[in-house]
Design a protein around this ligand. Structure first.
Ligand SMILES: O=P(O)(O)OC[C@@H](O)[C@@H](O)c1c[nH]c2ccccc12
Length: 261
């Protein structure tokens, strides 16, 4: 399946005239044995794709909530190898695409080729590696391409237009539009020119554009999602799972569902 599973997901959403909702979670937060149930819960709540973070000791782009989740996961003894083995054991029971978000260091330690092989065995559909700029993708892209695993690129508010074009041209699966300057985490205010920025990205990018960073309410999900192809929510999901507030996640995606139940 791989990259194709992501493309199919967007195709299905388009047919239903719906936007994508991507949930980021930290692998191993709460123990790896909770991973399958958490992903199953997210799928049932209407999540279109799961972005699964790999805990790492030096997470430069992560804000406090994700950093703390990473520390909890590391204390549980979570490793990249264990995560991939765990996913392989339940992948068939989950339908939605699973994308891994990791820094490059754990992948180097694993061995790049072995990592690509094991991602394929685990049914991983795409990768986000925030500390590998497009100029350096050759260290991993050929191995992923062979396995049809998408390498999803990020653009930021501060990228110059020419660079945004080059990034968008070569992204696979979707384009991750970072909507704040800074690290991950909840923000009450959204960037003043977000509409213009996302509109520009939509014009430029051949792939769907998803907005992430600082989205934590249903109003933001609707508002920002309406400006592009969907949203990515991390910190709010991570905290809700950690504190057992699953209801909050349902509310974020579909508040009516909470009322009916
Ligand atoms: O937590 P937020 O603000 O909702 O943002 C999503 C983000 O957490 C997730 O996509 C992510 C976690 N760590 C990252 C590092 C780089 C890029 C993206 C990420």
């Amino acid at each position: 399946m791989s990259k194709e599973r992501i493309d199919l997901m967007f195709q299905t959403l388009k047919e239903k005239n719906e936007k994508a909702f991507v949930a980021y979670i930290m692998a191993g937060d709460g123990g790896l044995l909770t991973l399958r149930d958490n992903i199953q819960f997210l799928q049932e709540s209407g999540v279109s794709l799961v972005e699964l973070g790999i805990p790492f000791s030096d997470p430069v782009a992560d804000g406090p909530t994700i950093q703390e989740a990473g520390l909890r996961a590391l204390r549980e003894g979570t490793t990249l190898k264990k995560v991939l083995n765990e996913i392989a054991s339940f992948r068939e029971s989950i339908e939605i695409p699973i994308v891994i978000m990791t820094y490059m260091n754990p992948v180097y330690a694993y061995g790049v080729e072995q990592f690509a092989n094991d991602c394929e065995l685990a049914g991983i559909d795409g990768l986000i590696i925030p500390d590998v700029p497009m100029e350096e993708e050759a260290i991993i892209h050929p191995y992923l391409k062979e396995k049809q695993i998408a390498l999803i690129r990020l653009v930021t508010l501060t990228s110059p237009l020419e660079r945004i074009k080059a990034i968008a041209e070569g992204t696979e699966g979707f384009l991750y539009a970072v909507t704040v300057t800074g690290t991950t985490g909840e923000r009450s205010q959204i960037h003043e020119n977000l509409g213009g920025y996302l509109q520009k990205l939509k014009e430029i990018s051949p792939a769907p554009v998803l907005a992430g960073f600082g989205i934590s309410t249903h109003e933001q999900v609707k508002g920002i999602g309406g400006l592009c192809d969907g949203v990515i929510v991390g910190s709010k999901i991570v905290d809700s799972l950690h504190f057992g507030k699953h209801e909050e996640i349902i509310k974020l995606i579909n508040p009516e569902k909470t009322l009916v139940q």
